[in-house]
Design a protein around this ligand. Sequence first.
Ligand SMILES: Nc1c(NC[C@H](O)[C@H](O)[C@H](O)CO)[nH]c(=O)[nH]c1=O
Ligand SMILES: CC(=O)[C@@H](O)COP(=O)(O)O
Length: 244
Amino acid sequence: MAAWASSSSSSLANYSSSTSILPRTASKTSCPFNSHQHRPVTSVSLLPYHRPSTSSLSWAQKEVGIRIGWNIGEEKACLASALRTSAVRQLTGSLTSAEGLRFGIVVARFNEIVTKPLLEGALDTFKKYSVKEEDVDVVWVPGSFEIGVVAERLGRSKKYDAIVCIGAVVRGDTTHYDAVANSAASGVLSAGMNSGVPCIFGVLTCDNMDQALNRAGGKSGNKGAEAALTAIEMASLFEHHLKL
Ligand SMILES: Nc1c(NC[C@H](O)[C@H](O)[C@H](O)CO)[nH]c(=O)[nH]c1=O
Ligand SMILES: CC(=O)[C@@H](O)COP(=O)(O)O
């Protein structure tokens, strides 16, 4: 008899009178096998499973084998998920513990009619979440293409817990838009990866100026303010959970 069968039959005896080993909600809802059985999972072998011939198995072992064999993927996944759920740590940054965190803001002067309100949205958000003015530095660059290199320099200085990158790339008549927009995005991404400091992408990439203005305090909100919120959460996450 396969090793799994004997241990499963004994484990069946152990569990048969016990309540579900899965949290009630898990056995009732998240295990597809259980959904039509309407019975809590009482035993799932965690041994390496192979399907033996059933002729030599007792009723109990067939029951376990059938339950496990037919739905090994779902049952194991459910049990594993349930076990993970009971032991899972969930780490997140807090928006209510921003005091003392330090932020850099890199903002492009190009399309300043858009980037200035984006910057103001970010600064207002920092103030609203108790970030002191002396804990925020603003660095102006000519255009969005220059954001990445400055963001990385600020990150490597280790003076900041997160860096907000603000720009507005608006499509013109040529394909220059694609070069600038893509470079800005990859520049901000690289700055964060290379410096280890969260760099937040608050660069608008729009087909026209109306789209940009709508996202700088217009009917579509303020992406600068959103970027500042993201910066606070990421800075808090790194400060409280991801310190090296
Ligand atoms: N067209 C836009 C630019 N272009 C300028 C570049 O960002 C860069 O400063 C120049 O290529 C020199 O390196 N910048 C924006 O931020 N937005 C635009 O729409
Ligand atoms: C995003 C740009 O670089 C763009 O504003 C430049 O306009 P054009 O493509 O007409 O030169």
